[in-house]
Design a protein. Structure first.
Length: 354
């Protein structure tokens, strides 16, 4: 029900995906009347691998987090995530309010042991004709070094599961490759990642810059959510700008149109490669369940890619593999720190200090 278009996009995308994947089953969650109306248009009301679960409420794009969490307990978003928690569904895909989706997912599913904050991870194209995984993309605007450290560990576990790479390379997004560059957050995070590299836990490449994302310098690029979201939106904008600019220039005069006709195959391939819709579907890493976020403004073609991301994550058993990797890779409390935690803590009272 979420996103800019609701069932007019999500339902056709679901039906199209089922036609391509004979082994998939989908549950459409939302206002059943609206969903059934779209299914009727597509002549898919009686589809054997598609079911509908009614939800009486919808989280809008403008709803505050408190409304999504406490007041709309029968929202399509909440009901869908509950299906994942209850085991009826193996993954949830939503185009709704990102903040609400993260908050509800975290509240219902909880985080994996050792994970403080879930992160949003997506893939971007690179010159090596492969994916560059990037996180965080907006879930955590203000981060501490341990959070970026956890993002690197989760990203490494994800890429290992999805791409079959035992030790994927991790880059830390910075304003330069040199160790002396960057703010305090980046420098302190780099120290943690270097220690993991020395212990053989992570394959830390070092600092990377913005151009390295699309050059494919590393398999994973780690940054805080503020920087990541700006990079993502700018990248999507550049992709659409280049596509529109090429279309405009090729239509400018007959000679250009002739050139476009001659280069039609290359142009089609380029357009397909640069289309942001093909990379739609970001995973919310660090939760005890699989949740994927589609861009709110996507069409049915793009939303189908988000469904495919979720399906592939289930197919590759990403959740259990990430859980296992996180349990093995996350720093464990030292005996000394455990002893300190077990000691009675001083009680603070008004007008007194301890």
């Amino acid at each position: 029900m979420g996103g800019d278009h609701g069932p007019s996009v999500t339902v056709p995308a679901a039906v199209s995906f089922l036609a391509a994947e004979a082994g998939a089953n989908l549950i459409l969650v939302g206002k059943s009347d609206a969903i059934q109306a779209e299914l009727q248009k597509l002549r898919a009301v009686d589809h054997p691998r598609l079911s509908v679960v009614n939800a009486s409420e919808v989280v809008t794009m403008d709803d505050p987090l408190e409304v999504a969490l406490r007041r709309k307990k029968d929202s399509s978003m909440r009901v869908a995530i509950n299906l994942v928690k209850g085991g009826r569904a193996q993954a949830c895909v939503s185009a709704g309010n990102t903040g609400a989706l993260m908050a509800v997912s975290r509240y219902v599913l909880k985080t994996l042991p050792g994970v403080d904050r879930p992160a949003i991870c997506t893939i971007l194209p690179n010159q090596k004709d492969g994916p560059t995984y990037m996180l965080d993309l907006g879930a955590n605007v203000d981060c501490e070094p341990q959070h970026l450290h956890q993002f690197a560990l989760m990203g490494s576990a994800l890429v290992s599961a999805m791409e079959g790479k035992a030790k994927p390379t991790v880059g830390l997004l910075n304003i330069g490759e040199e160790d002396i560059k960057g703010n305090d957050l980046v420098k302190r995070t780099a120290q943690l990642l270097r220690l993991d590299h020395e212990r053989g836990i992570l394959n830390f490449y070092g600092n990377v810059e913005g151009n390295d994302i699309f050059e494919g310098t590393t398999d994973i690029v780690v940054c805080d959510g503020f920087v990541g979201n700006v990079v993502l939106k700018a990248s999507e904008g550049v992709g659409r700008f280049v596509k529109n600019a090429l279309t405009t220039e090729f239509r400018r005069n007959p000679l250009n149109m002739l050139g476009a006709l001659i280069a039609r195959g290359a142009i089609t391939a380029f357009s397909r490669r640069m289309n942001p819709s093909r990379y739609n579907g970001a995973s919310l890493l660090g939760l005890r369940g699989l949740v994927f976020k589609s861009h709110g403004g996507e069409n049915a073609y793009g939303y189908e890619f988000a469904i495919r991301r979720a399906y592939e994550a289930v197919h590759h058993d990403v959740l259990s593999r990430i859980s296992k990797s996180i349990a093995e890779l996350m720093p464990q409390p030292t005996p000394a720190s455990q002893g300190l935690e077990a000691m009675p803590q001083p009680q603070l009272t008004e007008n007194k200090t301890a």
